[in-house]
Design a protein. Structure first.
Length: 385
């Protein structure tokens, strides 16, 4: 079996949605195709152009060899970080989709089998539209009523102006009123959901080490699932200082790319929980390999996830096949078109879990009609057609 084509398309999630992603489709001479989702379009065509040189004519089952070639051949242009590896994550997912279809088994089976048939999901509820603790409590109850047993809130939005796309203000020390406000907000959430629901908080790398320790101490009484990205991106020494000082588990890792970048974090014991994004940092094998690196150090994983249903199911396949999994993220509880790219007769998320499909590969059928109706731009026609 040989790869005959690699095509892309940028597709909106629905007619009224502000969300969109890029998608990669790989074609073979055996008539088997694979689909993968890419988080954005930055550098997409340049990276795809480089990838085609490696992929066309190659055996799609050689995903590890092809990944090695891509990273090392494109090392001078950042082959292991940023947009380059982000695009490759979608390509690599499509290769695994082909492999599963070739052998007639789900990707989780190719990874060694399922530790679980249902993957637990936590709802990222951001910071809502109000500073009012009662609003935060209502949002948490809304998710719990939908079956979620874990939720996460952003605790930097009203301090540093984090909007999801960047910071509107410079970093500065946290004031006592702001710290007390965080305590009131998370306290209201805990009182609303009770002790049986996990709560995590996200800082988006906003705080100094000193402030992160203050916040961690103040929120520890609420038995957090994890305290995410408390200090400057890349400050592993500061991260360890926080992890060594607070009672709540410190998590980090969504912006790490390839397993090599994790070595200093894991070796220094800078975190208690790993929060990688498999669709951002390398793909299916990256997720499996990182999970094994964490397992031998007794570190569990809560995978970060900003994907649509296709990328989410790819992460779920890995999550089912690793022993040290806790829960994976879900950002789009209010997005009605989140699962539109999948032609399905089953709910993707039900009672806060994803049931891993028994179908081959990713276990999905791409929704051609929906994709065509919401196409923004394609590399050549519609996936080469």
């Amino acid at each position: 079996m040989k790869i005959t084509g690699v095509e892309t398309a940028q597709i909106r999630w629905g007619p009224e949605s502000r969300q969109w992603r890029s998608y990669v489709r790989i074609f073979t001479d055996a008539g088997i195709t694979g689909i993968g989702q890419v988080q954005s379009s930055h550098g997409l065509e340049d990276v795809i152009g480089m990838a085609r040189q490696i992929l066309i004519g190659s055996n799609p089952l050689d995903s590890a060899v092809l990944t090695h070639k891509f990273i090392h051949r494109n090392g001078y242009s950042g082959g292991w970080v940023g947009w380059s590896i982000q695009v490759w994550s979608g390509i690599e997912t499509a290769l695994w989709d082909i492999a599963g279809k070739c052998y007639g088994v789900p990707i989780a089976q190719l990874l060694g089998g399922k530790y679980r048939h249902r993957v637990r999901i936590y709802a990222d509820l951001h910071a809502g539209d109000s500073r009012d603790p009662a609003h935060w409590a209502e949002r948490a109850k809304f998710a719990v009523d939908k079956g979620f047993t874990a939720v996460k809130f952003d605790i930097d939005t009203f301090v540093h102006g984090f909007t999801g796309g960047g910071y509107d203000q410079e970093r500065r020390p946290v004031s006592n009123p702001e710290l007390y406000e965080m305590v009131e907000q998370i306290g209201a959430v805990r009182r609303a959901v009770g002790p049986g629901v996990d709560i995590a908080v996200d800082c988006h790398w906003s705080y100094s080490v000193a402030d992160a320790i203050r916040i961690g101490h103040a929120l520890s009484e609420f038995d957090l699932l994890f305290f995410e990205d408390p200090v400057q991106l890349g400050d592993y020494v500061g991260l360890k200082a926080v992890a060594d000082s607070v009672a709540c588990p410190v998590g980090y890792g969504e912006k790490q790319h390839t397993t090599v970048s994790w070595v200093p974090i894991l070796e220094s014991r800078a975190i208690n929980i790993a929060l990688p994004d498999f669709m951002d940092g390398g793909g299916i094998a990256y997720g499996r390999d990182l999970a094994h690196m964490c397992e031998i150090r007794s570190i569990p994983l809560c995978p970060h996830n900003y994907s649509d249903a296709i990328g989410t199911l790819a992460i779920a396949q890995v999550s089912a096949a690793i022993p040290n999994f806790i829960a994976m993220e879900y950002h789009f509880i209010d997005e009605p078109y989140w699962a539109g790219m999948i032609a399905r007769d089953w709910p993707v998320i039900e009672d806060g879990h994803i049931a891993i499909p028994d179908r081959p590969g990713l276990g999905i059928e791409f929704n051609e009609a929906f994709a065509r109706a919401n196409l923004i731009r394609a590399s050549e026609g519609f996936f080469g057609g």
